[in-house]
Design a protein around this ligand. Structure first.
Ligand code: ZN
Length: 366
């Protein structure tokens, strides 16, 4: 996630803190300092840091469960609205998603129960807690209990919504379950925003976050569904102009202006790609070094993908590495096309209006 600082690693997962979270802490501390001086500011900071330690423990509930199913979890980011653990993929088995989703709130249940036992008061004491006068332990127990209830609201992609999707997926399959869960999640998001306008502005942020996250989860699910049995050849642009290794930037400009293509594979004498020239690099070098510069000096050396590779896998790698385009080669290592985000976006548009559309091999125009 952009604008975040890595604090360290726990069990191989990078723990990040978002800049907005630091600002949030400072803001709370300043507000409490203005109201009650240094002691009040320090007390509220200690409380907040402990709460976010509980949030982090919650995220590690998800992370360690996901890890036990062989899912990689590169990082977790703390935001003012909570933690977000990144996962390499959604488990295919609804049962696994159910367990991963429930593991987070379960950590807070354990923390709350431990604190209640430590405090030697029954859990009933939390119902009538006077937050202003309560001890730190009581307030922590209360907040953990509140975290459990809040996270279990079935607003996908919050934990409760993931549990809901997993349950629906057992009966309806993942694509349909995601569509229903995302709709319900967005309905909750609207309710949160409206409640936020009257009660707590914080709910507005949470509502907006849920709304956007539900939409992007739905999109990812749609993509997975339509791409699950497709090969790279079906999703690539097959009519691709390339540049010989000996070409100059002037030749690249001619090629750029001759077509809507933005990225140009650079090929050797046998037609095997040796690199990829993208428009930004072309423009930057053109300004700095001039049109005589050989493209071979500017191109990026990129590992090509095979035309027979699963499309989903190739797109996941592009997303992971932040690539805009990937060179596609056949079994002989010769250039056969280019895999671009624009092309995939167009396929998604076709899929949206005709879900039954069969995308076959991408050798269009031939
Ligand atoms: Zn969670």
């Amino acid at each position: 996630m952009h604008w975040s600082i890595t604090l360290g690693r726990i069990y191989g997962t990078a723990v990040r803190i978002h800049v907005t979270f630091v600002i949030f802490l400072l803001w709370i501390a300043l507000a409490d300092y203005a109201a009650g001086g240094t002691a009040a500011a320090a007390a509220s900071l200690v409380f907040l840091v402990l709460i976010f330690a509980c949030v982090l423990a919650h995220e590690f509930g998800h992370i360690l469960t996901a890890r036990s199913f062989g899912i990689r979890t590169p990082d977790v980011t703390l935001l003012p609205i909570g933690g977000v653990a990144s996962m390499e993929r959604i488990p295919d088995e609804p049962r696994q998603e159910l367990l991963i989703a429930i593991a987070g709130p379960l950590v807070n249940v354990v923390i709350a129960l431990t604190l209640i036992l430590w405090n030697r008061a029954g859990p009933g004491a939390l119902w009538s807690l006077d937050f202003e006068r309560a001890s730190l332990v009581e307030r922590l127990a209360y907040t953990n209990a509140a975290l459990v209830l809040f996270n279990l609201v079935p607003a996908f992609p919050m934990d409760g919504g993931r549990v809901l999707r997993a349950l629906l997926a057992m009966a309806l399959g993942l694509p349909q379950a995601t569509r229903i869960a995302a709709r319900i999640g967005q309905a909750f998001a609207v309710v949160f925003v409206v409640l936020g306008l009257f009660y707590n502005p914080f709910l507005i942020f949470i509502g907006l976050f849920i709304y956007i996250a539900a939409a992007s989860e739905q999109q990812a699910s749609d993509f997975r569904w339509f791409a699950h049995d497709l090969k790279v050849a079906a999703g690539m642009e097959a009519k691709v102009a390339s540049l010989p290794r000996s070409a100059s930037l002037a030749d690249a400009v001619t090629a750029l202006l001759a077509s809507p293509q933005r990225d140009f594979p650079v090929v050797d004498e046998e037609g095997r790609p040796v690199g990829l020239l993208d428009r930004e690099d072309l423009l930057a070098t053109l300004r700095q070094d001039g049109p005589e510069t050989p493209v071979a000096q500017v191109m990026r050396v990129a590992e090509p993908v095979r035309d027979t590779q699963p499309l989903e896998e190739a797109m996941a790698a592009m997303n992971r590495e932040g690539l805009k385009a990937q060179i596609v080669v056949d079994s002989g290592g010769r250039l056969v096309g280019l895999l671009t985000r624009e092309n995939i976006a167009e396929m998604m548009l076709i899929h949206a209006v005709r879900p039954d559309w069969r995308f076959s091999s991408g050798r269009r125009g031939i």
